[in-house]
Design a protein around this ligand. Structure first.
Ligand code: NAD
Ligand code: UD1
Length: 360
């Protein structure tokens, strides 16, 4: 298939492009560059062994999008293009509504105009809010706890309404749990701007010495060790799921909504210790107050994805940590780093002493 990948220069989209190309699909990327580096293109081309088209286009730019649809005659669209920082969304809700909701509406209009009726949408476990039960099934109650979460919920609803209005339109809503890790080559990975919001990139930056220590948000949750539990999923597993979802949507000629997670909950400290084992680096941490809006425990019931798509996560937490570390060690400054040939040696660097308040 010829596939338009909106937001394909970003973290998850770039991995999905590699998988799609490896299955013989042809990808064209549209990315505004708001949270991506143009350097990803060279890395992607190295990985897929062929030229990849990357267009610097905002999905809200209807003229530029119309030109893309006219040039390439796409069979389907993968829609990763969104802003994703929860804290920033609370400070700048209108930017999030404009980019994520406005962007989705504009993209759907461009698709409709071009007669393209297959969409795979990057949704999030955030649509479950603070789930009342774990593992979380797709039929659990939905709730937005912040403006970012609202954009995902609204986008899902817009897409559902469009499917009702146009019985030829097919959409797959993929609700990701906590994507982590990187391509095993170390060529592409997660490259957050500024201070990372999420746990794994923060651990990685501590490991390469860019941050002093990790702050663990809360040590008194009713969980295995008092720290928050999440369902971390390797980004390569997630990428495979996109290709499976698209291929299933075409062969079964139906839309669907599925969770993408491993079904296994991992605590913050379990992840820290797994990372230490995988990297040989010590990750100093201190336990601080809970982060407002956090849940104690969120993990997926991934049975529906297995039943419909035949998809199941293959990588365990050790592989997630190994590949996250490999990427970070090869690219300490993300895409700003000149690519190193091999992983950085395991050097213990002097650190400021940090109290380890638990699990030392
Ligand atoms: P990312 O920021 O790395 O990738 C998003 C890409 O979209 C970036 O390259 C950015 O430049 C581009 N973009 C943003 N707005 C755009 C616009 N209007 N037009 C064109 N391009 C635009 O994020 P990611 O982690 O790869 O996430 C991909 C998708 O998955 C997002 O929709 C995100 O909300 C969703 N998601 C991510 C996570 C996660 O933890 N990473 C979890 C659940 C859902
Ligand atoms: C966050 C977002 C959620 C989004 C998801 C994936 C919030 C409130 N929620 O969820 O909307 O869908 O990312 O992008 O931001 N932690 C620390 N120290 C840190 C960072 C995180 O202890 O420096 C802990 C958190 O308290 C949590 C776990 O690590 O228990 C995972 O956090 P994070 O990676 O931010 O993911 P989520 O909380 O699942």
């Amino acid at each position: 298939m010829r596939i338009l990948v909106c937001g394909g220069a970003g973290y998850i989209g770039s991995h999905a492009c590699v998988t799609l190309c490896s299955r013989g699909h042809h990808v064209v990327i549209a990315d505004s560059g708001v949270n991506s580096s143009p350097r990803v293109l060279q890395r992607l081309q190295r990985l897929v062994g062929a030229p990849v088209s990357l267009h610097r286009v905002d999905i809200r730019d209807r003229r530029a999008m119309a030109a893309l649809f006219a040039t390439y005659h796409f069979d389907a669209v993968l829609h990763f293009a969104a802003l994703k920082a929860v804290g920033e969304s609370c400070r700048k809700p209108l930017d999030y509504f404009d980019n994520n909701i406005g962007g989705t509406i504009a993209l759907l209009q461009s698709m409709q105009e071009a007669g393209v009726r297959r969409l795979v949408f990057s949704s999030s476990a955030t649509v479950y809010g603070d789930p009342s039960q774990v593992p979380v099934r797709e039929d659990a109650g939905l709730q937005a706890l912040n403006p970012y979460g609202r954009t995902k919920l609204v986008a899902e609803q817009l897409i559902e309404d469009l499917c009702r209005a146009d019985d030829r339109f097919r959409a797959a809503n993929l609700r990701y749990f906590n994507p982590v890790g990187a391509h095993p080559s170390g060529l592409i990975g997660e490259d957050p701007c500024g201070e990372p919001n999420n746990l794994m990139p923060y651990i990685c930056q501590v490991a390469v010495g860019q941050r002093d220590h990790l702050r663990v948000f809360g040590g008194d949750y009713p969980t295995v060790d008092g720290t928050g539990v999440r369902d971390y999923i390797h980004v390569v597993d997630l990428a495979q799921a996109h290709a499976d979802a698209l291929e299933y949507m075409v062969s079964a000629d139906r839309g669907f909504t599925v969770n993408l997670g491993t079904g296994r909950g991992i605590s913050v400290l379990e992840l820290v210790h797994a990372f230490e084992r995988a990297s040989g680096q010590r990750i100093p941490y201190e336990i601080v107050e809970r982060r407002p809006g956090d849940s104690a425990e969120v993990f997926a019931d991934p049975a529906l994805a297995q039943q419909l798509l035949g998809w199941r996560a293959q990588y365990d937490v050790d592989a997630m940590c190994r590949d996250a570390w490999h990427w970070q060690a090869m690219n300490p400054q993300g895409y700003r780093s000149p690519l190193r040939r091999a992983a950085a040696p395991r050097v213990e660097r002097p650190r400021r002493a940090v109290a380890r308040l638990a699990g030392a």
